[in-house]
Design a protein around this ligand. Structure first.
Ligand SMILES: Cc1cc2nc3c(=O)[nH]c(=O)nc-3n(C[C@H](O)[C@H](O)[C@H](O)COP(=O)(O)O)c2cc1C
Ligand SMILES: Nc1ncnc2c1ncn2[C@@H]1O[C@H](COP(=O)(O)OP(=O)(O)O)[C@@H](O)[C@H]1O
Length: 310
């Protein structure tokens, strides 16, 4: 997959079959759109092109970036779409100027001039251009004039996309990993840099890598204890994670920490990818470190049991 971040430097696409969208999560609903895109491209011997906007339009339109938490960072989205075998991903900076393009200019100066599409695939209720003036009918009419085919994404697929994105975000925030992963079609994941904690973990026999998520827009799972797998230096290991304030040690700040099973290496400064597989329990205040340690032994067995099939 080729990634294009400069829209003035696009190649000449071969029979481009184009769709646009934010594709946050690249979840099972998006996967149906991707299947339609690929089927169409196969039929006309063309290339698949996904146009996505970054930063997310909601962060530009709402003027409140901190309120928007997304399932994927741009790099994660690129990685996920690459797995799906898309030919070209075009990342368009959704800035003020872009959001002010009229519907006509959006079609003519952007879509047509830059992509020379063979086919444009859009939702029947898709809106585009300044004040969302453009609709499916305008796109169809312009397609006839300019010489491209317009195809509709079925209503049922679009509904699924909308329902899934909202459901997945809520599920992640509320510990419902089963629903989230089912809708995503893969385990929810995030990346974190291993930073220093207060070095208590190793004293109770459970060293925990403290993770700092470096993208503030990334949605962090709700507080609690989880069974996870960890991608580290090309390997996938099993472990358990706690997200919370650690009431037992009178913690204040929210931390994310992971204990990796059967592992003993200094990994400060490394970036780990955490795949969230199961929710185990809520965070509790224990009566001292011994009680916590006892619980951690239970968590460990439960996580090992649940991660068995992997
Ligand atoms: C799987 C797991 C579950 C945890 N559960 C709790 C908990 O329920 N309550 C709590 O106060 N701390 C919990 N902790 C956090 C521990 O208090 C923390 O690991 C310990 O204080 C060591 O912190 P440090 O490594 O930053 O020094 C948990 C940690 C892990 C890895
Ligand atoms: N099994 C393990 N799981 C997680 N981290 C480990 C493990 N073994 C060694 N480490 C190392 O130990 C560090 C965590 O030790 P800990 O005593 O909890 O200190 P801190 O409070 O700084 O996180 C990790 O950042 C990592 O470098």
């Amino acid at each position: 997959m080729q990634v294009h971040k400069d829209i003035t430097q696009l190649p000449a696409f071969k029979n481009a079959v184009v769709t646009t969208g934010t594709f946050d999560g690249v979840h099972t609903g998006h996967q149906q759109i991707i299947a339609q895109l690929k089927a169409e491209a196969d039929r006309v011997n063309g290339e698949t092109v996904i146009i996505t906007f970054h930063p997310h339009p909601r962060t530009v339109v709402k003027h409140n970036p901190s309120a928007v938490h997304l399932l994927n960072t741009l790099d994660e989205k690129i990685w996920l779409l690459r797995q799906k075998g898309i030919d070209h991903l075009v990342v368009v900076p959704f800035n003020e100027a872009f959001s002010n393009l009229s519907a006509h200019d959006y079609i003519h100066d952007f879509l047509y001039t830059r992509f020379r599409p063979h086919t444009v695939i859009i939702g029947y209720d898709h809106r585009f251009g300044k004040n969302r003036q453009g609709d499916y009918h305008l796109m169809e009419q312009k397609g006839v004039e300019l010489g491209f085919v317009v195809k509709e994404i079925p209503e049922q697929v679009l509904n699924e996309v909308a329902i899934s994105s909202t459901r997945i975000r809520e599920a992640i925030a509320h510990n419902d990993v089963i629903t989230a992963n089912y809708c995503l079609g893969y385990p929810y994941f995030f990346e974190g840099l291993v930073v220093e904690g207060n070095r208590l973990g190793r004293t109770i026999g459970y060293p925990t890598a403290n993770l700092r998520i470096q993208q503030e827009e990334k949605l962090v799972p709700g507080n609690g204890v989880y069974a996870v797998t960890i991608n580290i230096a090309g390997e996938i290991l099993k472990g358990m994670m706690n997200i919370g304030v650690r009431p037992t040690v009178n913690g204040v700040n929210r931390t994310i920490e992971v204990n990796i099973f059967d592992f003993d290496k200094d990994i400060y400064g490394q970036v780990l990818r955490i795949n969230v597989h199961h929710y185990l329990r809520g965070e509790q205040k224990f009566n001292g470190l011994d009680a916590l340690k006892e619980q951690l032994a239970h968590d460990r067995s439960q996580a090992i049991e649940l991660l068995q099939p992997l």
